[in-house]
Design a protein. Structure first.
Lengths: 116, 111
């Protein structure tokens, strides 16, 4: 399958600082990228969908000013957690897909964010 | 009612057993059905992908879809300790292209 690289895999930051997570599709052009959040022993919760060159669509209850998403190219999307707080500590996962309904989405390896 | 329901387990089986994992969904507009495997602290890995009723086989894995019952299954034959992971069903279709995940079933295969 296609390769999606997510970086960093783990980050620890101080409360009040911002953290940027990168998601890259290495061998295909991802017109759509998805960002998920996963709490321990729970399923993936979709946070937002981003299409290349346009604003991200956020799910209900997700603060767009806190979780900034940029999808500037067909191979790169970034999620910035601004003014992070301990409750933002979680496992963040991106996935990338081409914009056709019958195509697969491939996932990055996830980023473990710990805010202290 | 949740759009996708999945028994969270945990499910513990001896090595070599046949494992059956199941999900139900509520919206008949969903057309694409996937099973992902997720090891601890890793991203999900696509195992099976199907869009029609019936069975699809890949090695020790068989995905089954029954659209009339809105029921999907994943069977693992000759289970191995390396199969121990969380298995997530996912569906998409309808008005959006979003994946909707089940809660995941934690599987432990005992050697």
């Amino acid at each position: 399958g296609a390769v999606v690289s997510q970086h960093p895999s783990r980050v620890i930051c101080k409360s009040g600082t911002s953290v940027k997570i990168e998601c890259r599709s290495l061998d295909f052009q991802a017109t759509t990228m998805f960002w998920y959040r996963q709490f321990p022993k729970q399923s993936l919760m979709l946070m937002a969908t981003s299409n290349e060159g346009s604003k991200a669509t956020y799910e209900q209850g997700v603060e767009k000013d806190k979780f900034l998403i940029n999808h500037a190219s067909l191979t790169l999307s970034t999620l910035t957690v601004t003014s992070a707080h301990p409750e933002d500590s979680s496992f963040y996962i991106c996935s990338a897909a081409q914009l056709r309904p019958n195509t697969e989405a491939f996932f990055g390896q996830g980023t473990r964010l710990t805010v202290v | 009612q949740k759009e996708v329901e999945q028994d969270p387990g945990p499910l513990s089986v001896p090595e070599g057993a046949i494992v059956s994992l199941n999900c139900t969904y509520s919206n008949s507009a969903f057309q694409y059905f996937m099973w992902y495997r997720q090891y601890s602290r890793k991203g999900p890995e696509l195992l099976m992908y199907t869009y029609s009723s019936g069975n699809k086989e890949d090695g020790r894995f068989t995905a089954q879809v029954d659209k009339s019952s809105k029921y999907i299954s994943l069977f693992i034959r000759d289970s191995q300790p390396s199969d121990s992971a969380t298995y997530l069903c996912a569906i998409k279709g309808g008005a959006t292209n979003k994946l909707i995940f089940g809660t995941g079933t934690l599987l432990a295969v005992q050697p």
